[in-house]
Design a protein around this ligand. Structure first.
Ligand code: PLP
Length: 567
């Protein structure tokens, strides 16, 4: 493809993208395909000679689009938003064209410098203290690919710091022995990536209980640390969450920070979704105690109109504070005198994309005002949805609605809400996913679309309440002794819907019931099973430390047992 054809195809592509976005609401939000569907539609080998561009584009509509879950759809209310906007797409296009690999300042000075600049811009806009800014010294921010990466890198940095201190105190102790003493903490509601980071980092990870507001509190952490020190373990890292995945609850960072700073433990804040809202002053109370935080991350690719991938991580210069100042966990001291930074030392990959460009395009196009308006819009719509739920006595809300997420359920057993969610997802009219809050099954309703409107929320509520009516009616039949299973088996033998309720006349079986019974016949697809199981979104990985089992002192050296980090 030469530049002439690129100009033509590029313009067509921009039209395609704009059309896709303009007409997305006409598509079914979730796909109806089964695993392996694509292999039936596309050849098993690549073409020997290149295909025509038109043919590729035809196959997009024929083969690719049927397998897309449309995250930008106005009826997509699952997970958290997937950030998207035209300025971000254009910024990323330019980054792809420049195609630099910014592994050092010299490899493309603008790539490194813009990244440090926009991280300072956003840091100031969310109220981070100076110790997190590049312009002030040794702290600063960096763009990573994902929140999971941020958490892993911070756990590894904290581990490095702890091990270095321990080895100085106990030079004859084997690394493996020291490592086996390290213990990290999070709440039970932390994202599964925290547990995964613990496994990858080969350290024990304790998941602590939350209070009735699903928040991890200082005294719970303090007790756990005391208990573990008595067992000879060495607490070194806490991952707190601002905006849990399950219900957008908030750990008490102020209390945790006091404990961590007293105990000389690295405190990381994972604010993947909710951190975006910190650009609005009214949410900054969530950051009280930030001066005791060592590192914090959030994802503009969730809620700040920036396309994936763009996860921001700030590290405080207090991560370097040790007795001797010799520990350099992430090589933060790799700042040159002239304040340029070598970001390759701030994460895992050597090669780095020019991701700051899309962020810069978004910040400049919308301004802080525009981004605040986006957050306000979603919060307002979540409140509207909350009102609908609260006005319907069949439902209840769990947790507080503070940002753009509402957790709700039908009163009754978990299975009832699970069935409701299954029916709704199966209808293809809406898409939501569940969560378990202290073993209570809830449906998460997240406001996701950039241009979400009140009508979308009204539509969503109509679908939810209509499906709930049908489900509760079905349950009433069961309670009144009408055997639905028998009816369904009759129905399988005889697909004529009118024969399913032989005891009722046609008028009684209104449309909604008919469509439910049709649905009952549908194959239970893998997609539906996946999106109905809370563990699919936040799967439990094996626990490195089973806290339910009886715990014993895990090592013998009194020298290590009595060890405490020097401040
Ligand atoms: N942490 C929290 C609180 C999240 O909600 C999520 C995802 O939604 C993650 C971490 C994982 O984010 P990522 O996909 O960027 O790794």
């Amino acid at each position: 493809m030469d530049s002439g054809e690129f100009r033509r195809r590029g313009k067509e592509m921009v039209d395609f993208i704009a059309n896709y976005m303009d007409t997305i609401s006409g598509r079914r939000v979730t796909p109806e395909v089964e695993p392996g569907y694509l292999r039936n539609l596309l050849p098993g080998r690549p073409p020997l000679k290149g295909d025509k561009f038109e043919d590729i584009m035809n196959d997009v509509e024929k083969a690719i689009m049927p397998g897309i879950t449309h995250w930008q759809h106005p009826n997509f209310h699952a997970y958290f938003p997937a950030g998207n906007s035209f300025p971000s797409i254009l910024g990323d296009m330019m980054s792809n064209a420049i195609g630099c690999v910014g592994f050092s300042w010299a490899a493309s000075p603008a790539c490194t410098e813009l990244e440090t600049l926009v991280l300072d811009w956003i840091g100031k806009s969310i109220g981070l203290p100076k110790q997190f800014l590049h312009e002030e010294g040794k702290g600063g921010g960096v763009i990573q690919g994902s929140a999971s990466e941020c958490v892993l890198v911070m756990l590894l940095a904290a581990r490095h710091k702890a091990m270095t201190q321990l080895k100085k105190q106990l030079p004859y102790m084997e690394d493996g022995v020291l490592l086996s003493k390290l213990v990290a903490y999070s709440s039970k509601l932390a994202h599964s990536c925290v547990e995964k980071a613990g496994m990858l980092g080969f350290v024990k990870m304790r998941q602590l209980d939350v209070d009735e507001q699903y928040s991890l509190r200082g005294h719970v952490l303090e007790r756990a640390i005391e208990e573990d020190r008595r067992l000879g373990l060495i607490p070194f890292f806490v991952c707190s969450t601002i905006g849990t995945t399950a219900c957008c609850s908030f750990d008490n960072v102020a209390e945790l920070g006091e404990v961590c700073s007293r105990e000389n433990v690295w405190l990381h804040v994972d604010a993947a979704y909710a951190g975006n809202a910190l650009i609005c002053p009214e949410f900054r109370f969530l950051m009280s105690g930030i001066q005791n935080v060592t590192s914090i991350n959030f994802n503009p690719n969730k809620w700040l109109l920036v396309n994936f991938d763009c996860s921001l991580l700030w590290i405080s210069d207090n991560s370097l504070l040790t007795s001797s100042m010799t520990v350099d966990p992430l090589y933060l001291q790799h700042k040159h005198d002239d304040k340029t930074v070598d970001l390759r030392h701030w994460g895992i990959p050597l090669s780095r994309r020019f991701r700051a460009l899309k962020l810069w395009f978004v910040l400049r196009t919308y301004g802080i005002d525009g981004l605040q308006a986006q957050i306000h819009l979603h919060v307002k719509l979540a409140k509207l949805f909350e009102t609908f739920v609260k006005n319907d006595a069949r439902f209840e809300i769990l947790g507080k609605v503070v940002m753009g997420l509402v957790c709700f359920r039908l009163k009754g057993p978990n299975s009832l809400t699970a069935k409701l969610l299954h029916m709704i997802n199966e209808s293809g009219k809406l898409h939501m996913v569940p969560a378990l809050l202290n073993e209570v099954y809830v449906i998460r309703f997240a406001i996701c679309a950039q241009n979400a409107k009140e009508e979308d929320i009204e539509f969503a509520w109509k679908v939810i309440s209509t499906e709930a009516s049908a489900l509760l009616m079905e349950r009433e039949y069961i309670e009144n002794g009408i055997n639905i299973e028998k009816l369904e088996s009759v129905e399988q033998k005889n697909p004529d819907i009118d024969d399913v309720f032989p005891d009722f006349d046609d008028e009684f079986i209104f449309d909604q019931q008919k469509s439910n019974l049709h649905r009952a016949r549908l194959r239970r697809s893998l997609f539906m099973r996946m999106v109905s199981d809370p563990k699919c979104y936040n799967p439990k990985v094996l626990k490195a430390l089973c806290i339910d089992k009886k715990r014993t002192k895990s090592f013998s050296s009194d020298e290590v047992l009595d060890f405490n980090f020097e401040k």
